[in-house]
Design a protein around this ligand. Structure first.
Ligand code: HEC
Ligand code: HEC
Length: 447
């Protein structure tokens, strides 16, 4: 009997040893391990976007670059979302109607104020984000009936809903009562009451449909809709189609790595990815297919600018929306593809480089309390709210994951930046081919 037990023990030992031997060759390689870590966070390759009808895209492109959509005929969507600055404007805070110039050198017009937030790049915003805007106030499940923005119920998708809104915003596109347009004519859009969005959209359609080239473009894009039945939501649908078709850029080295091309990332980028999806905790917020876009957090970003209408001069982000008080100073976790191209960073452009961003994450309370406003455009420095009461209230509600310093070395921070640069689709670097030579209104194309 004991002999049998010993024999069994020996065979078990042998089995264990054999298992050990056979396990060695199947031990995950560094790449397999990294892919596993990445997969755990729901990061998957992004499939192709649905093809958009060419006539709709063509109309959308014209509208995107046409200043006729602004009350004073001086600002187009592309003024703040321009190909030369990778579909943002290169400014910390945007400058709307009345401003002059384009890109980082754009300046405020006399008596005008900065827009309260940074203009996000439109790259990849057609990929089905759950939330749009830094506070997520345009969301898939929010309609105007439960606290969402005043958008008609029959817009076909989130991006079309969004495109209804910039034209209503006085500071961005509509202008103030009494404004005159670039030709000295009264700005009829600015005279309409804020509560009457529908009248603004109607007035815009009157402008557009007075131009035969727009009538032709709308008719081609909406062959089944008589001209008299066209509404601004069709313009918005076209703006959305242009964004989906022209601005989806997902062929980055990281995306190629995800589809099993081990050589797509450099060794340094892989080290950065290990940090990002591991000890640096980035992926605990930046996760899912878009590496963000699906939640909100207070990331301890310095407060600057005019603030939100609800709580000037502070911008409490999502907390300003109805029933969202929990989210003090919380903003949308930014999706990160092509982030290398879209400085400055954060909801108010407080950081001008990726290096500054990762240094911020290395010790959030410290960078917040020692923020140096001289890195900002001179016109913005005096709008930095660095008083102790403000920084205290940001730190008090800081996300728990960011309360403890990471203690990463300079080399590790550089690895993280290298990883972030692997998220760039090379074809997003030069988008100049998207700027049309002319637009139907004949107004100058922002370029
Ligand atoms: C004066 C500058 C300016 C103009 C003009 C402008 N935008 Fe924006 N855009 C912004 C800013 C700033 C934000 C962020 C606002 C916020 O989060 O509160 C934004 C946000 C967006 C977003 C959401 C992106 C995201 O990832 O959340 C989209 C889409 C967008 N704009 C499209 C447009 C379209 C279409 C037009 C023209 C109809 C337009 N914008 C005109 C400055 C501008
Ligand atoms: C607690 C959640 C959280 C963690 C952890 C986190 N982030 Fe963020 N990230 C955010 C939020 C929220 C924003 C936007 C904050 C704002 O604008 O106020 C953001 C913004 C960014 C931006 C700027 C994007 C842009 O377009 O402006 C970058 C880059 C970034 N994060 C990278 C990282 C890296 C790298 C790490 C890890 C070291 C990290 N994040 C960890 C929540 C987080």
């Amino acid at each position: 009997m004991p002999r049998t037990i010993i024999a069994i023990c020996f065979s078990l030992l042998a089995l264990a040893a054999a298992c050990e031997r056979t396990e060695t060759p199947t031990e995950p390689t560094l790449d397999a391990q990294l892919r596993q870590d990445i997969g755990r966070w729901g990061v998957i390759p992004i499939g192709p976007v649905p093809a958009q009808p060419q006539a709709l895209v063509d109309l959308g492109q014209a509208l995107m670059f046409d200043k006729i959509l602004s009350g004073n005929r001086d600002v187009a969507c592309a003024t703040c979302h321009h190909p030369s600055t990778h579909e943002g404007d290169g400014l910390s805070l945007s400058i709307g109607t009345g401003g002059t110039g384009l890109g980082p050198s754009r300046t405020l017009g006399p008596g005008r104020q900065f827009v309260r937030r940074n203009a996000p790049s439109l790259l990849n915003d057609g990929l089905g984000l759950f939330y749009l805007f830094w506070d997520g106030r345009v969301a898939r499940f929010l309609s105007s009936f439960n606290g969402g923005p005043p958008v008609p119920g029959d817009v076909p998708n989130l991006l079309s809903a969004q495109a209804m809104l910039p034209v209503l915003d006085r500071r961005e596109m509509r202008g103030e009562p009494g404004d005159r347009d670039v030709f000295g004519a009264p700005n009829e859009l600015a005279q309409i009451a804020d509560s009457d969005s529908a009248a603004v959209w109607q007035a815009l359609m009157r402008r557009l449909l007075a131009i035969p080239e727009y009538v032709a473009k709308f008719n081609r894009a909406f062959p089944n809709t008589p001209t008299s039945a066209l509404r601004f939501q069709q313009a918005a649908e076209a703006l959305a189609a242009f964004q989906v078709a022209a601005l989806t850029k997902t062929n980055s080295p990281f995306d190629r790595y995800l589809t099993h091309d081990d050589a797509a990332l450099t060794t340094q980028q892989k080290r950065g990815a290990q940090l990002f999806f591991g000890t640096a905790l980035c992926s605990s917020c930046h996760n899912g297919p878009l590496l963000g876009g699906n939640g909100f957090a207070n990331a301890g970003v310095p407060q600057l600018g005019p603030g939100s209408p609800a709580t000037p001069p502070l911008d409490r982000g999502r907390a300003d929306l109805p029933d969202q008080q929990f989210y003090q100073f919380a903003f949308r976790v930014a999706p990160l593809r092509n982030v290398e191209l879209t400085a400055p960073y954060m909801h108010d452009g407080a950081f001008s480089t990726l290096d500054a961003v990762v240094r911020h994450y290395n010790d959030v309370p410290l960078t917040l309390t020692t923020y140096d406003a001289s890195q900002l455009d001179p016109a913005l420095r005096s709008t930095y709210h660095g008083d102790a009461a403000t920084t205290d209230s940001v730190i008090r509600t800081l996300d728990f994951r960011l309360q403890t310093p990471l203690h990463l070395s300079d080399a590790e921070l550089a690895d993280l930046v290298a990883f972030l640069k692997s998220l760039t689709d090379p074809s997003a670097r030069d988008l100049s081919a998207l700027v049309p030579a002319a637009v139907p209104s004949g107004l100058p194309v922002p370029q």
